[in-house]
Design a binder for this molecule. Structure first.
Ligand code: ADP
Length: 736
């Protein structure tokens, strides 16, 4: 019988070795979803296409096994700035890595070549154009290569959003190095791009590993822009002293916003393609080293920014596609800790993008489709997490995410959506489906604009039929109807047309969801209620955290590296939670590996010790309730306001009474009640709903299941409001 280990035994041993390296060098106790599978492919030498969202931890998938395997891992990366950060980060973890590009001096290049020849490097980063030179290819042919890792692999596909022709040349790798596996990594999810990566690189039956595109730690909030800078300032003030990005559509707006923020005492810099290279680099470094908190930027900023602790991303206007939004908002919370993504859109944004695209010659059918998709998303009343994930061809199981404006119920529904929708759609019909949304809203609002009078549309029965509402609200409802497929925009002038579903609305067979116009005060209230998730701060001493941040900043500036490369926010929080006093205890902190312990234990332990002595605090606290490493990104937990409502519910108060006590809208309190029911595992809905209605809902659930609310609502002939269905559904689920 053979004594050789089987392939399975072999990879089991090796994955343990990688686990140990991850613990020792990175200070992480567990893998994130799909990391183990991706690493196993590397260990087995099987080509792979790994798709994980931004912040999913793609780098570790090749960096960690590269440390265990014999030979040099060659990493292809498109951007010089990204390479430098990755290499700096590896070196601070004690791993021998280098990059090879045009920014090196001849002497530095020789040093790297020497290191490659003497097998003293584990990872080498290069851009494709450097790798594909004959000199470099021959150099690599003379040493042992453990793997090729191709980062941002979507750049190879003309269907990706960032096609780079030079990536196509990478096909030669399989010809020149037929025995070396090629592993590819991207955050772009579409099937077409994945397929392109595999065929363009001639991969050999690659493993396709596609992670979930949901980013549960991101709290999405999409609102109409209606209070100038106030909406943005509320978010910034909530995150005072933390890092954030503000995206604007135009350069002019970037400059204006950055100046205004500075005038208000926030530390912000501008970043756009109109600045000189020197200014851009200077501003980017100030952000990375945490000498300033906020970057106000156009889309030019971000590619190649790995900063893990961006706590908020604000869009002051609509981005140009959902892909762009996913990527830009995705720069928040890469460390898996909670972060806010707030988008404030305006009616004119669609047109602004069209103009900008026309100016740069980018108006294609695909670009317009993408613009329409993000426009629908902004106006939609569906869960933001679900909408985004579905756009990328995946599904999300949870009924509610508890991390977006829709699910947290901070948006209120109009009382009679069917009637309002019927009035709007009738007006579209009366206008013979030949006018756009703005004009239709004007007619519904009863405007006597000259154009309306000339066309005699003031004579229509639908003229002024929604006159009691502001025109902006009517305009929003039209967009909401479009996002729910009750109407569509067609032709060059975006004329409104009633769809099949819209006709069902007109016949009273289908009720869409329409949101109440946000009043200024209620808007403010809902914003305030979203304080930063307290749960992830559990046990963290905030002032100590701030002192540690200051220390991190000083060290980063001294060493000229981004602050997060010294330690991520998760590590600082864990330090401020555990308050270690010895090197051994310091090693227990998440994100502290052997090398970082050697390099940084002294200043950080001394800072912790000073703080604990001054404040008479115990050191070496063992957090019992919290896992030392969050294995799964967490959703922002229940909001503080929801928790504040719990005692009222426990007293058996009705929703109306709680709303009164707390000064909140009833619809918001229904959201709190839902959180309460789940949190306390309540099984009896009787304090909040009468027995007859509860029985009807139970019967409907028996008939159509508890999976989704809409079929239950429809089974009940749209007679029972969603919030009542939710109560019974939650109680039934708790009883299971
Ligand atoms: P991506 O390239 O997929 O956008 P990164 O590789 O930059 O993501 O990882 C994002 C952050 O998550 C980094 O700060 C990284 O160190 C951290 N990280 C990666 N894997 C783990 C893990 N298993 N446990 C804890 N943190 C991790």
């Amino acid at each position: 019988m053979s004594t050789l280990p089987t392939q399975a035994e072999n990879s089991a041993i090796e994955i343990d070795a990688v686990r140990q390296v991850v613990r020792q060098s990175w200070g992480y106790d567990s893998f994130r979803p799909l990391q183990q599978e991706a690493i196993e492919c590397v260990l087995a030498g099987r080509d792979s296409v790994v798709v994980l969202p931004t912040g999913g931890g793609k780098s570790l998938c090749f960096q960690a096994p590269a440390c265990c395997l014999e030979g040099l891992a060659v990493v292809v990366s498109p951007l010089i700035s990204l390479m430098k950060d990755q290499v700096d980060s590896l070196r601070t973890n004690g791993i021998a890595a280098a990059f090879f590009n045009s920014s090196l001096t001849p002497r530095e290049r020789n040093d790297v070549i020497e290191a490659i020849r003497s097998d003293s490097l584990k990872l080498l980063y290069l851009a494709p154009e450097s790798l594909l030179t004959e000199n470099v290819l021959s150099l690599l042919a003379g040493v042992k290569i453990s793997m090729f890792a191709i980062d941002e692999a979507h750049c190879i596909s003309s269907w990706g959003h960032d096609f780079r022709p030079e990536y196509r040349g990478l096909r030669t790798l399989k010809q020149r190095f037929p025995n070396v596996a090629v592993h590819t990594y991207t955050a772009t999810a579409t099937e077409r791009v994945r397929h392109d990566i595999a065929t363009e690189l001639a991969l050999d039956q690659p493993a396709m590993l596609v992670g979930s595109f949901d980013r549960p730690n991101l709290n999405y909030r999409i609102q109409r822009r209606n209070r100038g800078m106030d909406q943005m300032l509320e978010v910034i003030e909530r995150h005072h002293g933390e890092s954030g990005i503000v995206y604007c559509i135009s350069r002019k707006e970037v400059e204006k916003t950055a100046a205004a923020l500075n005038a208000l005492g926030h530390s912000a810099v501008a970043y756009h393609a109109g600045l000189s290279d020197t200014d851009r680099i200077k501003n980017q470094e100030a952000f990375l080293e945490e000498r300033i908190d906020i970057v106000v930027a156009t889309v030019a900023f971000g590619m190649g920014i790995d900063k893990s602790n961006v706590r908020f991303v604000i869009h002051t206007g609509m981005p140009k596609s959902l892909e762009a939004y996913q990527q830009e908002s995705g720069r928040a919370g890469r460390d898996g800790l909670e972060a806010d993504c707030c988008l404030f859109f305006g009616g004119g944004d669609f047109g602004t993008w069209k103009r900008l695209m026309a100016y740069s010659g980018e108006v294609t059918e695909a670009a317009l489709e993408s613009l329409q998709a993000i426009d629908r998303f902004c106006n939609s009343t569906r869960c933001r997490h679900k909408s985004l994930v579905e756009h990328f061809g995946q599904t999300l199981d949870q009924q509610e995410c508890q991390a977006c404006d829709i699910c947290l119920d901070q948006v209120e529904q109009v009382d009679d959506p069917l009637i309002v929708a019927q009035k709007i759609l009738s007006c579209v019909i009366r206008l013979e489906q030949m006018y756009g949304a703005d004009y239709t809203a004007q007619v519904l609002a009863g405007s006597n604009d000259q154009r309306i009078l000339e066309k005699r549309h003031d004579q229509l029965s639908t003229h002024g039929i929604l006159g009691e509402y502001p025109k902006g609200a009517i305009r929003d409802w039209i967009e909401q109807l479009i996002s729910q497929d009750c109407a569509q925009k067609i032709g060059e002038y975006n004329q409104l047309q009633v769809t099949e579903l819209g006709w069902q609305v007109l016949r009273g067979e289908h009720t869409p969801t329409l949101l109440k116009p946000a009043s200024k005060s209620s808007d403010k209230k809902s914003q305030r209620s979203q304080s930063v998730d307290p749960a992830s701060w559990e046990g963290v001493d905030r002032p100590l955290f701030e002192s540690l941040r200051d220390l991190r900043r000083e060290i980063a500036t001294e060493q000229g590296v981004p602050a997060y490369i010294v330690f991520g926010d998760a590590a600082l929080r864990d330090m401020a939670r555990r308050r270690p006093s010895t090197q051994d205890d310091f090693l227990q902190v998440q994100g502290v590996g052997q090398k970082k312990c050697e390099d940084y234990a002294e200043p950080f332990l001394s800072c912790i010790n000073d703080y604990c002595t001054t404040n008479s605090l115990p050191t070496d606290v063992t957090p019992t309730a919290l896992p030392s490493t969050p294995t799964k990104p967490r959703r922002p937990a229940k909001t503080a306001s929801a928790v504040a409502a719990f005692p009222y519910f426990k007293e058996g108060k009705t929703v109306a009474q709680v709303a009164e006590e707390m000064g909140r809208a009833e619809s918001t309190v229904y959201g709190y009640l839902d959180i309460f029911l789940r949190h306390e595992q309540i099984t009896d809905p009787s304090p909040w709903i009468d027995e007859a209605t509860a029985t009807r809902i139970r019967q409907a659930i028996e008939a159509v299941g508890n999976e989704k609310l809409k079929p239950i609502f429809e089974h009940l002939d749209s007679e029972v409001p969603y919030h009542q269905i939710r109560i019974v559904a939650a109680c039934l689920a708790n009883a299971e």
